[in-house]
Design a protein around this ligand. Structure first.
Ligand SMILES: [Zn+2]
Length: 166
C-alpha cells in the first residue's frame, strides 16, 4: 500500500481538496507542538466540488479545528480523538454550515504513514491527514481513509489549491 503506484485506482478515486494556506497551517501546528504530536479536525464539505473523473465525490477542507492532544501518557506517538473532541468539532462545523470530514495529526521525526495505532483507532469514511515533522520542520503530508471493512486503508490524493481559505 505504501508504493504510490500500487494503490493507483483508489488514489485516483479518493481526493481531498485543501487550500495551500490551510495545508501550511497544519504543518505549522505540527512544528509548534514538536517534538509532540499535534492533532485537529478537518471541517469542510463532502462531495463539494462534484464528481471527479473516477466517479467518486470529492471532498474539500475549508477550516481547521485544532485540538489538544489528550494522550498525556505518550504525546510523542499516540494521537487519539476522544468522544468529547468529536462533539466539539461537530459543533464548530455546524456553526459554519460545514461537516467534520476528517482529522489531522503530525508524526514528529517519522514518515507521514499511518501507524498500526492510527489504523486501529481510525473510523471509516473520515480523511486522515498526517504531516511528517522532521527536526521541527514540516515535511511530507499524506491522507488516507480506513476501508469500510476496517482491515485496510486507502491512500487519498491531496489536491492543494492556490487560493485563500474561506
Ligand atoms: Zn499517527
Amino acid at each position: 500500500m505504501q508504493n504510490p503506484g500500487s494503490g493507483k485506482e483508489m488514489a485516483d478515486a479518493l481526493q481531498l481538496h485543501i487550500s495551500r494556506d490551510l495545508a501550511e497551517r497544519i504543518g505549522q501546528h505540527g512544528a509548534e507542538t514538536f517534538p509532540h504530536e499535534c492533532c485537529g479536525a478537518l471541517l469542510g464539505r463532502d462531495g463539494a466540488i462534484g464528481e471527479n473523473a473516477a466517479g467518486a465525490p470529492s471532498r474539500e477542507v475549508l477550516q481547521l479545528f485544532p485540538l489538544v492532544n489528550r494522550r498525556d501518557d505518550s504525546p510523542r506517538n499516540r494521537f487519539a480523538v476522544t468522544a468529547e473532541d468529536v462533539l466539539e468539532a461537530e459543533k464548530a462545523a455546524r456553526r459554519d454550515g460545514l461537516d467534520v470530514v476528517g482529522w489531522y495529526h503530525s508524526h514528529p521525526d517519522h514518515p507521514a504513514r499511518p501507524s498500526q495505532f492510527d489504523r486501529e483507532h481510525a473510523w471509516p469514511w473520515y480523511s486522515y491527514v498526517i504531516v511528517s515533522v522532521m527536526s521541527g520542520q514540516p515535511a511530507d503530508m499524506t491522507s488516507w481513509r480506513l476501508n469500510d471493512d476496517r482491515q485496510d486503508y486507502s491512500p487519498e490524493r491531496i489536491e492543494i489549491r492556490n487560493r485563500a481559505a474561506v
